[in-house]
Design a protein around this ligand. Structure first.
Ligand code: NAP
Length: 330
């Protein structure tokens, strides 16, 4: 079928409007591979795209969706055949290239990985960019020496997409996990996915006027930025690291050099978007094998094309819990 359904964001005099519309595959950009998208997922960045954040999307009308999993319908690439099950996250997908909130995407082969054995298309989208990024943070922290013996690991924005997968993965790997959340109602949820301790956002912000804190954390996965991020750096144990991947609170960091020159700690940058495909493949393989999360489904919030717009408002308001997974109709 050459027509398909998609969420379309349009620029209007009043701002940006969203509606589900019929589109034609000729509306899609050039690309090597046409994909029948079965699942997508909702990430914070999709919220930014759907509200016209120019750092994410500049060309409208536009279909967001930085994640997609589905079957190849047409391929001009020797790497993929019709019927192959594939995953695409990051690069320009859903930014200025029509994304997974449409039933079809056409993208370069260089953005696509084959679905690894051991992971279904649906599971790959429960993870999506958020879960993949959580895994990348843990991978980088372990590469700098973090082990379950290093001390408790702090995860900020813990009920969100990146945070909840990070909590679950760290717990599976045997780490004690302290979860930071602003949602007093979600403590049981966080414990159910593996958090051993919980801190309020206020507690995580406390002491931000002090230059350095008490040595507490064996590692930190930070999704929020700002004071909470640097409090994390200031409370790392000697030689430990913080992986910074997000900015939901602030893109600024109120920093000083003391933790770096007195405690030998590391601030690690984490980017899932432009990460070379070979490294993406390795992380996906790990998520499908030794890092497979059997309880993943407990994070899933089911979405459809009709309900994703409301969920976009919720993720922008910091109200989502777990991972919104968009299932496209056949
Ligand atoms: N670098 C990368 O490659 C990459 C990849 C994926 C995501 N990201 C970034 O990572 C961040 C999280 O993404 P996500 O998809 O997990 O978003 P999300 O599902 O909305 O989760 C963010 C969580 O942060 C907490 N939060 C919200 N507002 C806050 C505030 N003002 N101060 C402190 N905490 C706040 C909330 O959790 P609690 O209520 O539990 O505190 C919220 O659920 C975003 O900035 C996103 O752009 C980066």
């Amino acid at each position: 079928m050459s027509t398909f359904k998609a969420l379309l964001v349009e620029k209007t005099d009043a701002g940006f409007s969203r509606s589900v519309v019929d589109r034609h595959i000729d509306d899609l950009p050039e690309g090597d591979v046409l994909i029948d998208v079965k699942f997508s997922s909702l990430n914070y960045k999709d919220g930014l795209s759907a509200t016209g954040n120019p750092g994410v999307s500049r060309n409208f009308p536009h279909t967001p969706g930085i994640d997609a999993a589905g079957r190849v319908l047409e391929s001009a690439s020797a790497e993929f055949e019709v019927g192959d099950e594939v995953i695409a996250i990051g690069f320009d997908l859903g930014m200025n290239t029509a994304g997974g909130f449409g039933q079809r995407i056409r993208i370069p082969a260089g953005w696509i990985v084959a679905r690894p054995d051991g992971l279904t298309l649906e599971q790959s989208m429960i993870l999506g960019t958020a879960g993949f990024t959580a895994a990348l943070c843990v991978h980088k922290l372990e590469a700098t020496g973090m082990t379950p013996q290093s001390g408790p690991v702090l995860v900020t924005g813990a009920t969100g997409g990146v945070g909840s997968v990070a909590v679950m993965l760290l717990a599976k790997l045997g780490y004690p996990v302290t979860a930071v959340t602003g949602k007093a109602s979600q403590h049981d949820f966080l414990k159910s996915i593996g958090a051993t301790d919980i801190l309020s956002r206020e507690d995580a912000r406390a002491g931000s006027d002090r230059p350095i804190g008490r040595e507490t954390w064996g590692g930190v996965v930070d999704t929020v930025g700002g004071e909470i991020l640097f409090n994390g750096v200031k409370a790392l144990k000697y030689g430990c690291s913080l992986a910074a991947c997000g900015l939901v609170d602030s893109q600024e960091i109120p920093a000083n050099v003391l933790p770096f020159i007195l405690r030998n700690v590391n601030l690690l940058g984490v980017d899932s978007v432009q990460l070379p495909l070979a490294q993406k493949r390795e992380i996906w393989k790990k998520l499908a094998s030794e890092w497979l999360l059997p309880e993943l489904q407990s994070l899933q919030v089911e979405l459809t094309l009709d309900s994703v717009s409301t969920a976009i408002d919720r993720i922008l308001a910091g109200e989502m819990v777990g991972r919104g997974v968009l299932r496209h109709d056949d």
